[in-house]
Design a protein around this ligand. Structure first.
Ligand code: HEC
Length: 184
């Protein structure tokens, strides 16, 4: 009796399984997962004109560093930045909603001069110029790469990846880097 039950339940399962496989739609999960996966860590060369002491560049870098996205961003965006931005490559028709610009969210994890409620997940970047730049511990290219793709420096980092993910453009990362390494 027990043997028959086991046999029939085994058969039942296999029959049901065979049936289901023909009626259940099975999308290609591998392709879907691939789309959501991050591409591997990427080494970037810092462009020649990247670092600037132009106050407008520093103002943009500071604004991106201290703010979340456009909806939550405080104050007026400095020259050259907008609170709403069309996604590059996307066509917008009249009446389409233009998304809020994504800013850096850096203060969520880092403290720095003037930060309101700076986080402590990442190192405190206060006094970065004298402590890390003037001392020669870091250089511009390191800071640029760290922001562009921090996994190159630390494969297990919890920091956001900004250039490989296209959250920011190269120029925007140059603006943020210019701000971090500037005299404040
Ligand atoms: C989710 C938390 C988090 C966010 C958001 C974040 N960081 Fe970081 N950051 C870290 C951690 C953690 C480190 C320490 C090194 C590591 O693990 O990669 C770090 C390291 C750094 C360093 C290297 C400091 C040094 O010289 O060792 C810089 C520069 C930096 N972050 C800049 C930024 C900027 C600019 C932003 C915003 C675009 C940002 N971080 C956003 C967590 C974060």
């Amino acid at each position: 009796m027990t043997k028959t039950m086991i046999l029939s339940s085994l058969l039942g399962v296999s029959l049901i399984a065979a049936d289901y496989s023909s009626i259940i739609e099975s999308p290609d999960a591998t392709a879907m997962i691939k789309k959501d996966l991050l591409s591997p860590a990427k080494v970037y060369e810092m462009p020649k004109e990247c670092i600037s002491s132009d106050p407008k560049v520093i103002a943009r870098g500071s604004f991106m560093f201290h703010n979340l996205n456009g909806k939550k961003a405080k104050g007026k965006a400095p020259e050259g930045l907008a609170k709403k931005q069309m996604k590059p490559g996307k066509t917008y028709l009249p009446g389409d909603k233009i998304p809020h610009k994504q800013y850096g969210n850096c203060v969520a994890c880092h403290n720095i001069e003037g930060a309101k409620g700076g986080g402590n997940v990442g190192p405190d970047l206060t006094g970065y110029k004298s402590m890390f730049m003037d001392s020669g511990i870091r250089d511009n290219a390191f800071v640029f790469q760290k922001i562009a793709d921090p996994r190159v420096d630390n494969a297990n980092t919890t920091m956001t990846i900004n250039l490989t993910t296209k959250l920011f453009t190269t120029r925007e990362i140059c603006d943020i880097t210019s701000y971090i390494v500037s005299d404040k």
